[in-house]
Design a protein around this ligand. Structure first.
Ligand code: FO1
Length: 337
């Protein structure tokens, strides 16, 4: 799957951590050999505009215009719109920069004109000069609802307005029962040229699970020709960014790479798992779950880190039962109590 090879790779991604690995993958694979499927359950309508944070983080990262300090939004951003809105007494808890605003305006216009989110995203990617294919998980609305002690919160109210403070007891994905996965997403998984699927180091509960919850996705992942490997978002008992570790603790799970591996393995979705050197001591336990495990540096500070991890992850996937073909994956081991 190195440059020059015809093989294709599918990456499932949330925001920041996923986008970093997607960038690495985009740089070690030929331009048309990567499909990045983004969570859209963080999306919401704000100030009359459709905001798609994970799609935008991935797009901006692949286009080289992401804000590396915040992890979301664009670099070299200005805030005139927000300041003017504040002056008028408008809602400013969710910060839309001037450049970023153009994306939401253009997306909203196109959606209102009847384009699908897949079509709009393709147009935005073309305009930003992105070679990889970036897809929303669905063209239909799915919205994460966070279950907390004090009731249900919409995702952005939980995440941004309340700074992830309320303890969580679970999640539900409103709309997922009727939403269909993006046809291009399913086609990519079914494509015989797809040699590997990478679950990026994104939040398992609110970035990856919404994708997996779409009708037909788990079955397509079990059928896809190439191995499915996940990179742990938990390193040394903490999340690199975001509330994944806090959520695991609140849900009563061990805050470990093993905890993440179990979460996916129980659904029989993975063929391999990647953990950080800091968690090398957990590799044997993950292997005991039936998951071959690669131990390597997964913290992506530099571009070189992203490229190295991407290259190692696809080499690892390539080394996993490349002859599996359409044979169904083995059943997961019995759950331990
Ligand atoms: N995250 C914040 O913590 N504060 C913000 O004000 C904020 C604004 C924002 C604007 C556009 C956008 O695409 C993303 C934005 N995010 C912001 C990130 C967003 O909440 C994402 O859902 C999370 O990063 C989770 O992926």
């Amino acid at each position: 799957m190195r440059k020059g090879s015809p093989s294709h790779c599918v990456a499932l991604s949330g925001g920041v951590g996923g986008a970093k690995l997607a960038l690495g993958l985009s740089r070690v694979l030929p331009g048309d050999s990567l499909t990045v499927v983004c969570n859209t359950a963080d999306d919401f309508d704000h100030l009359g505009l459709r905001v798609c944070p994970d799609l935008d983080t991935v797009m901006y990262t692949l286009a080289g215009i992401s804000n590396r300090v915040t992890g979301w939004g664009q670099a070299h951003e200005t805030w005139s719109f927000l300041e003017a809105l504040s002056h008028l007494g408008g809602e400013t808890w969710f910060r839309l920069g001037d450049r970023d605003l153009a994306t939401h305006v253009e997306r909203t216009q196109r959606l209102r004109a009847g384009e699908t989110l897949t079509e709009v995203t393709a147009a935005l990617c073309r305009a930003l000069g992105i070679a990889a294919r970036v897809l929303p998980m669905s063209d239909d609305p799915v919205r994460t609802v966070v279950l907390t002690e004090s009731g249900e919160l919409s995702f952005q109210h939980y995440f941004v307005r309340d700074a992830c403070a309320p303890p969580v007891s679970g999640f539900r994905f409103a709309g997922v029962d009727t939403a269909r996965p993006s046809p291009a997403f399913l086609a990519a998984l079914e494509d015989r040229a797809t040699a590997a699927t990478v679950v990026c180091p994104s939040n398992p509960f609110v970035s990856v699970d919404p994708v997996l919850a779409l009708d037909g996705v788990e079955a397509a992942l079990r059928r896809t020709r190439g191995p499915v490997v996940a990179v742990s978002p938990i390193v040394g008992g903490a999340a690199i960014k975001g509330p994944a570790a806090k959520m695991m603790a609140e849900l009563g799970m061990p805050v470990t790479a093993v905890g993440v591996a179990r979460h996916y393995r129980e659904r029989n979705l993975l063929d391999g798992f990647v953990v950080d050197d800091a968690d090398a001591g957990q590799a044997a336990e993950i292997e005991d779950l039936g998951l071959p495990t690669l131990v390597t540096g997964t913290v992506m500070e530099t571009l070189a880190d992203r490229e190295r991890l991407a290259g190692e992850t696809i080499d690892f996937a390539r080394g996993l039962d490349a002859r599996r073909g359409n044979v169904a994956k083995a059943a997961p081991p019995e759950r331990s109590a």
